[in-house]
Design a protein around this ligand. Structure first.
Ligand SMILES: [Zn+2]
Length: 324
């Protein structure tokens, strides 16, 4: 009797323990999809003088779109074409003989239509502008969840010592200058993953609470990693910033040209310096937990002409195939 009573108590305790702690354990191990090898979507238009293809993982907010265009007349050069996306001009770049442009869809874009305009012609033929509406659907990649993160007070407090406030100001200034860099296109085939392991602990643009207060959505992708794991450049380019920052920790920004940037946060150390040219896949730093971080991981971010995009949408693009 006594034995079975203890057994019952133990059993109840065991079940309760499981219920209370299992969400915490499973939460910690949750990995999100990379969606990097899904079939890409294409929009193809053929006109009398030219044709173009828009390629993207999906035409969703937060995705990167690659436009390739070709002229049917040998007389027309790439300078005779102009691309406008949401009314803003996006330069065409010559990559291995193909003319292309990278068009970001802001994660804040509402489902609907984006205006794409192609202006073409020479001074002797006159310029013609063609308009197209590109349909944007609600994202199936941006997860409808909210992550709660608890950070040390020094990352959420509004009242900080003067020297720290000055350091933050200096960091912001450095970042602003780095993202102003404007280089020729340096892309080499496809983008690659920054870590050997492709486990996502926090996806792009997931809603976040910091210390129980609503914060900004997640501006990049968090990869699981252990302190010291090697970090590789996702694409070839020029290092425009590599230093310790207040929030970003040890932070590296690579300019890939065409106003395409990748950035790497919370590293334990950087192995590159400003001005270095790096090849895609080359070792640039090591995973850490510096700055506003709760444990070792890599935060990978990407900006295209000032717009944050999901880096996994760039990795998914098969540039090699697009430029053949
Ligand atoms: Zn992150």
């Amino acid at each position: 009797m006594i034995k079975s009573k203890y057994q019952t108590i133990f059993f109840i305790f065991f079940i309760a323990f499981g219920f209370i702690f299992s969400p915490i354990f499973s939460e910690k191990k949750k990995n999100y999809k990379t969606n990097h090898s899904i079939k890409l979507e294409e929009i193809h238009r053929v006109e009398k003088d030219f044709e173009f293809v828009l390629t993207s993982r999906k035409f969703f907010p937060g995705e990167l779109v690659c436009l390739t265009i070709s002229s049917k007349s040998k007389k027309m050069k790439e300078k005779d074409f102009q691309i406008f996306w949401k009314g803003e001009e996006y330069p065409l770049y010559n990559l291995q003989g193909k003319w292309l442009s990278f068009l970001p869809i802001s994660p804040e874009e509402k489902p609907g239509y984006i205006l794409l305009e192609v202006k073409h012609g020479t001074w002797y033929t006159g310029k013609i502008k063609k308009k197209y509406e590109v349909e944007i659907h609600k994202s199936q990649f941006i997860v409808q969840e909210r992550q709660s993160i608890t950070l040390p007070q020094k990352y959420v407090s509004k009242t900080l010592p003067k020297d720290i406030l000055e350091f933050i100001k200096e960091c912001e200034k450095k970042k602003l200058i780095a993202f102003q860099s404007d280089s020729k296109i340096m892309l080499e085939d496809d983008f690659v993953f920054p870590l050997r392991e492709k486990k996502i602990s926090s996806p792009f643009y997931i809603q976040r609470n910091y210390n129980k207060k609503k914060g900004r959505p997640h501006g990049g992708v968090d990869f699981r990693g252990k302190t010291g794991n090697p970090i590789f450049a996702i694409q070839s380019g020029k290092v425009v910033l590599s230093r310790p920052m207040y929030f970003e920790g040890v932070f590296t920004v690579i300019d890939h040209g065409a106003k395409i940037f990748s950035f790497y946060m919370h590293q334990s150390e950087t192995l590159v310096k400003e001005g270095d040219f790096v090849k895609k896949g080359s070792l640039i730093g090591r995973v850490g937990s510096t700055g506003m971080s709760t444990g070792p991981h890599l935060h990978l971010g990407m900006k295209v002409r000032g717009t944050l995009i999901d880096p996994l949408s760039a990795i998914a693009l098969k540039l090699k195939a697009l430029t053949i």
